[in-house]
Design a protein around this ligand. Structure first.
Ligand code: FBP
Length: 262
């Protein structure tokens, strides 16, 4: 692990990663309220916003659309994923290799791990291959660290989220993407558990502007390095507006109220 302060994905130690792998993870129902965003070009366009330091997509979208955006968008290639049609024990199979991601122009790679599931050992081993190959090529690795499984009743329990960020450190990720652990103090504890790993907040399902920006403000005050957000941006009618506000809160230390007043 290296502490990331300046890479294509990180500006002044902070990131706003726009995630757009929901077509795989959640399916087309994720686009019901914004059918125009089913066209990936519309979200690639959003990723050109100044606030966005990285754009996380699966290889199919990268292959088809990234060539038109590689000057303006930093690609974070997501290397595994699963559909919501799968109802078994949570597991996210490999969908792309590090080498192929680099051929596509990736600036960083991302990998989901579900600690706590019956398939944790497999996922840790698969992550090992990804992490070591990424190191050989000197590309940053973001871990979507999402504890799940039958034994875990509460995925967002503070101790579980701290464990999630710690696992990212232990396994050699550069960025840990975690769900919000319900309070600023718990977020600060999760950041502390991560050592020098940059901890970014996962956006979650769409909420109103004030609620979302206040959450981001709380996470930033707790030491988070930014966020990796999907639905709370591209499911909005006016996603540019929320990206302007996020830029103010994440990079300019504005409060949610100040960002909303701009
Ligand atoms: P959101 O900001 O929309 O929550 O996206 C973050 C993300 O990690 C996506 O990359 C992924 O598609 C989704 O959440 C997975 O969430 P879950 O596993 O909870 O369905």
């Amino acid at each position: 692990m290296r502490q990331l302060t300046e890479t294509p994905l990180v500006r002044d130690g902070k990131s706003i990663i726009l995630a757009h792998d929901h077509g795989l993870e959640h399916g087309p129902t994720a686009f019901e309220d914004v059918p125009e965003r089913l066209d990936p070009r519309t979200v690639f366009e959003l990723a050109t916003h100044d606030a966005v330091t990285g754009f996380a997509v699966q290889k199919g979208l990268a292959e088809t659309y990234y060539p038109s955006y590689d000057d303006d968008v930093n690609l974070l290639a997501k290397l595994n994923g699963t559909s919501s049609l799968w109802m078994g024990e949570p597991y996210s199979p490999r969908t792309c290799s590090v080498d192929y991601a680099l051929e596509l122009g990736a600036d960083a790679v991302g990998y989901t791990v579900y600690p706590g599931t019956n398939r944790e050992t497999e996922m840790f081993e698969e992550f090992r291959d990804v992490q070591e190959r990424a190191r050989e090529h000197d590309v940053p690795v973001a871990m979507w660290s999402y504890p799940r499984g039958q034994a875990l009743k509460e995925h967002r329990k503070p101790s579980v989220i701290s464990y999630a960020t710690r696992i990212a450190l232990e396994l050699g990720a550069d960025i840990a993407k975690v769900k919000y652990p319900r309070s600023g103090q718990a977020m600060a504890d999760a950041v502390a558990a991560a050592g020098d790993v940059n901890v970014v907040l996962s956006g979650g399902s769409k909420t109103d502007d004030r609620e979302f920006l206040s959450l981001v403000e709380t996470a930033m005050n707790a030491g988070a390095s930014g966020l990796a957000v999907g639905r709370n941006v591209w499911q909005r009618e006016n996603p540019e507006q929320i990206l302007d506000a996020l830029e103010a809160v994440v990079f300019e230390e504005a409060t949610a109220d100040e960002a909303l007043a701009e």
